[in-house]
Design a protein around this ligand. Structure first.
Ligand SMILES: Cc1ncc(COP(=O)(O)O)c(C=O)c1O
Length: 404
């Protein structure tokens, strides 16, 4: 008789956003006349920029003719895309990343889930708390943790690094030494950032202790303050200890198009084995590449017109973030993030739990956000508002919240 991967049974209940959807559906059914404004899920709302649409049309047309048709993409992705990424995202910032260290994928979620496949099962994993849940759940699925304890909202065997207002949402080195650390800056959900000296400390700590950092820079485009690192490879020594994940979802609106990449430096080795070789092997065996059409669209992001247009789109969302931040702060809320990230993270007022505040907001303002506790035990007492809505809805949501 066949059996299942029992590690999946360790995962508690339903996914955070399914819980939220259920509560919204119940409220909407009881109150069909109410207009609900959604500042919850981190999906974009603006259409793809014209330069990207033009590239998509052009690539579709190419697929219609035998002499320009494209079948399977190269394992690591097309050269035209990897070369422009290496140049514009890394070399321009002084990071010596080459095209053959870049692996094109269909997004950072898949990469952050899949990357652990090339790591040993006995690796001890450390994550920030609160955290983007994919890092935790995929390691649970793989069997790197024990059981879930609902009381502490944590998995046995996983190291949680608290990120709260007290440490400005940048974790301290954990007491117990991990083998792999997931870091994400600018951060989802807290909107927090890390300075270059702080990131350098993590890189030095990792190199000294033989630790791998998986650095998720999905929100890099939202950095507005100078001197904040856009890539971990801006830090000295990062190529021997870090993999970086990037996404086209939030900087260019590709959430429904699907494109991202992982940077696996050639110097990154464990026991003399190159992780770049291992990831290439994994990619070659298990992945047939992001579509040609989508990779052409990705390359359009780096053209002069594409750059100007996506910058404008990011600025649009950041205007929402600033609006949420400014108005809530003026109203007396304790607010964080929102300056270099499309998320505002706030302290729930009056000692309400995250879910209590979710219900208050839904019932009194008909506004949906995301309870901080859904991202981990240290997210309790916090709440996330997303800046990815339209400006009009963001303004309206703020007016309603301020009237509560
Ligand atoms: C931290 C983080 N990484 C990765 C992703 C997913 O990126 P992608 O759409 O490229 O899969 C998200 C999406 O919300 C995210 O918040």
């Amino acid at each position: 008789m066949f059996t299942i991967n029992e590690n999946y049974l360790k995962l508690p209940g339903s996914y955070l956003f399914s819980d939220i959807a259920r509560r919204i559906a119940a409220y909407q059914e009881a109150n069909p006349d109410k207009e609900i404004l959604r500042l919850g899920i981190g999906d974009v709302t603006q259409p793809l920029a014209p330069a990207i649409i033009e590239a998509l049309h052009g690539a579709v047309e190419e697929m219609a003719h035998a002499d320009t048709f494209h079948g399977y993409a190269p394992d690591r992705g097309y050269d035209f895309l990897r070369t422009v990424i290496a140049k514009k995202d890394f070399q321009k910032r002084g990071c010596s990343i080459e095209a053959d260290e870049i692996f094109i994928s269909d997004g950072a979620k898949c990469d952050s889930g899949n990357i652990q496949e090339i790591l040993g099962m006995d690796n001890k994993i450390a994550v920030c708390d609160p955290v983007y849940p994919v890092y935790v759940d995929t390691n649970v699925m793989a069997g790197r943790t024990g059981q879930y304890d609902p009381k502490t909202q944590s998995f046995d065997g996983m190291i949680y690094m608290p990120c709260t207002a007290e440490n400005n949402f940048v974790p301290e080195f954990p007491k117990e030494k991990p083998d792999v650390i997931y870091l994400c800056f600018p951060n989802n959900p807290t909107g927090g950032t890390i300075t270059k000296p702080q990131l350098q400390e993590w890189v030095d700590y990792a190199n000294k202790n033989g630790i791998l950092i998986i650095y998720d820079a999905a929100y890099e485009a939202y950095i507005t303050e100078e001197d904040l690192p856009h890539s971990i490879y801006e830090c000295e020594g990062a190529k021997t200890c870090a993999i970086e994940l990037r996404s086209f979802s939030k900087n260019a609106g590709f959430t429904g198009v699907r494109l991202g990449f992982a940077v696996v430096p050639k110097e990154l080795k464990a026991g003399g084995v190159s992780l770049n070789d291992l990831w290439a092997r994994r990619h070659g065996t298990k992945y047939n590449g992001a579509p040609y059409i989508v990779q052409k669209a990705g390359a359009a992001v780096y053209t002069e017109a594409g750059q100007a247009q996506v910058k404008e789109q990011v600025a649009y969302y950041m205007r929402n973030a600033h609006t949420i931040y400014r108005e809530l702060k003026a109203a007396g809320y304790s607010v964080y993030g929102g300056v270099n990230a499309p998320y505002v993270w706030l302290k729930t007022p009056g000692n309400q739990t995250s879910w209590e505040f979710f219900d208050t907001l839904l019932k009194e303002a008909n506004v949906v956000g995301t309870p901080g506790s859904g991202f981990g035990a240290h997210g309790e007492g916090y709440f996330r508002l997303s800046a990815f809505g339209t400006y009009e809805n963001t303004k309206k949501a703020m007016e309603r919240i301020l009237k509560m």
